[in-house]
Design a protein around this ligand. Sequence first.
Ligand SMILES: CC(C)(COP(=O)(O)OP(=O)(O)OC[C@H]1O[C@@H](n2cnc3c(N)ncnc32)[C@H](O)[C@@H]1OP(=O)(O)O)[C@@H](O)C(=O)NCCC(=O)NCCS
Length: 180
Amino acid sequence: VISGEKIGLRPRRNDDIPILIEELYNDVLTTSRADTRPWRPFAQDSRKAPYANEPPDNAACFCVVELASGELVGEAILWAIDTHNRSGRLGLSLRPAFRGRGYGVDSVRALCEYGFAVRGLQRLQLETLADNAAMIGAARRAGFTREGTLRRACWVYGEFLDEAVFGLLADEWQPGGQDH
Ligand SMILES: CC(C)(COP(=O)(O)OP(=O)(O)OC[C@H]1O[C@@H](n2cnc3c(N)ncnc32)[C@H](O)[C@@H]1OP(=O)(O)O)[C@@H](O)C(=O)NCCC(=O)NCCS
């Protein structure tokens, strides 16, 4: 629906859910690093199982797909959409086999297109662990500025880690996504 260079963002389908659970959610370390909530096991048919519910109205949940093949690449979300301050926050998680190929940058750019062009937001924010080189690289490439570090803000699998905060303003955003 929203096309980047090599990926597209489309709505989630039922047949995506088992793949997302198996390859993303059930990787306890990756989920612990990417989510502020603690990892918990869920039966696949549980109403509380990840990806099973309708997202809240202040979030837009997408699946990332490879444009060439249509294959599922991962999930991307614009959440905490705030229509008063006109801001929103980005989240992204790709299947292991699709990481490190530039799809992360492409997905961040496509989420920016949705947030700025479709939703009319003026500020997008993302947070990631300060040691997440891939997410930090993707954010910078898409034009985000590092705005600060929240020291020991995240409890991750037995230790407190620092979190980096990145922001991009609508008037800094370059559709098509120039490097910063
Ligand atoms: C984080 C994530 C979305 C990034 O997507 P990706 O497709 O792997 O990253 P890209 O290939 O687009 O690379 C983005 C930049 O980071 C760099 N990079 C990628 N993987 C890296 C790694 N493992 N170590 C260091 N740098 C890395 C790339 O070189 C690129 O920078 P460059 O353009 O300056 O060369 C993906 O790795 C992922 O889903 N990881 C697991 C879940 C996660 O951490 N989500 C984020 C939670 S906030």
